[in-house]
Design a protein around this ligand. Structure first.
Ligand SMILES: Cc1cc2nc3c(=O)[nH]c(=O)nc-3n(C[C@H](O)[C@H](O)[C@H](O)COP(=O)(O)O)c2cc1C
Length: 324
């Protein structure tokens, strides 16, 4: 059973993945890229290409699985061939994105609307010999509105040899709220002909243990927000130590240094870093035992890079890692 870092658009970009890998490597077997958009005229966005360049990935000693967003057999087959020629042997298809502009184009979780159409699509994709050269997996939700929609979707997936079916057991309308539907997930786990992976709401070591206790034959457990909020979570899951303040500081510094190369505008770097602090801020407490919130608030409300840097310095001067 492998442990993976979930794709998270705007967060788990190559700068983030490499910084995480350097400091918190233990416990993560593979990182997914956020979805790469595949265009009708057979191309990948320039910005997305940087996400899959060897110098930003394998040459840094990190293993990644590119995730694609496409809903047309021709585009998918092209993307599989293109990514294979760039050295990737496993590619994942996004069938879970809940965003309106994606769903309205029948992409992401919008693909779940019509199982018959899905069947036609995968029949064409798996008819191409590229699917014999690479591992092709899907990351899916249970449906658009009702989790029982999956009872019509899984039989379609069962017809094709996916290397894995990673299930985030929510429906599109839930976005990331409410609880994963463990009942329907359990049915899928029992009835899938392909290896099954689990994703959703693993925030603590106990959440992970509960899932693998209940589903011992999972091929993969994928961690998302829980790992962004506590970058040492996978290490703790594999029996290692919790995060230290020094590690958090190094991680933040590595990220900023990489973003300085990747993103020209300092303000944009600040926005990216604020997004990270939104998650990791909860790791901290003031040295006197009070909540770290007043310090994190200063980071959140910084209006320019100088204010941001002062706020960040104050956090590291006055806060420590919370005992859990
Ligand atoms: C900000 C954000 C961006 C995301 N981007 C992607 C994405 O690019 N591809 C994808 O399959 N899922 C994406 N997801 C969904 C996550 O991969 C994951 O399925 C979801 O957060 C549930 O897992 P968790 O509870 O462990 O976070 C995103 C989620 C968030 C919150």
């Amino acid at each position: 059973m492998r442990t993976s870092f979930a794709p998270m658009e705007g967060i788990t970009l190559y700068c983030y993945r490499n910084a995480h890998h350097r400091i918190f490597e233990e416990g993560i077997d593979v990182y997914y890229t956020p979805f790469l958009s595949i265009y009708k005229h057979h191309s990948i966005k320039k910005r997305d290409i940087r996400e899959i360049l060897p110098e930003n990935n394998s040459e840094q000693g990190i293993r990644i699985i590119p995730q694609i967003m496409a809903n047309d057999a021709d585009e998918i087959i092209w993307a599989l061939g293109e990514l294979h020629s760039r050295g990737y042997d496993e590619i994942n298809l996004n069938m879970g994105c809940p965003v309106g502009t994606v769903v309205s184009k029948h992409k992401g979780s919008g693909m779940l609307e019509d199982p018959e159409r899905l069947d036609v699509l995968f029949a064409e994709v798996f008819d191409d010999k590229i699917t014999r050269d690479i591992k092709f997996s899907v990351k899916t939700r249970l449906g658009l509105v009702n989790p029982h929609e999956f009872e019509d979707i899984l039989p379609v997936l069962n017809k094709y040899p996916f290397s894995s079916v990673i299930i985030h057991p929510r429906v599109r309308t839930q976005m990331y709220k409410g609880l994963p539907d463990i009942g329907v997930f359990s049915w899928a786990y029992e009835n899938s002909k392909n290896p099954v992976g689990y994703n959703g709401n693993i925030f603590h070591v106990e959440d992970y243990q509960r899932i693998i206790g209940q589903f011992p034959d999972l091929c993969e457990v994928m961690l998302g927000r829980g790992l962004v909020a506590n970058p040492a979570l996978a290490r703790q899951i594999s029996g290692g130590s919790g995060i230290t303040l020094l590690e958090l500081k190094d991680f933040i510094r590595e990220l900023e240094n990489c973003y300085k190369v990747e993103i020209p505008a300092e303000e944009s770097i600040m926005h990216k870093m604020k997004e990270i602090w939104f998650y990791v801020g909860n790791l901290l407490i003031q040295e006197n035992g009070q909540a770290a919130e007043p310090y994190i608030h200063k980071i959140r409300t910084a209006k320019n890079i100088a204010e941001y840097r002062n706020a960040e310095r104050a956090v590291f001067k006055n806060c420590i890692i919370k005992e859990t």
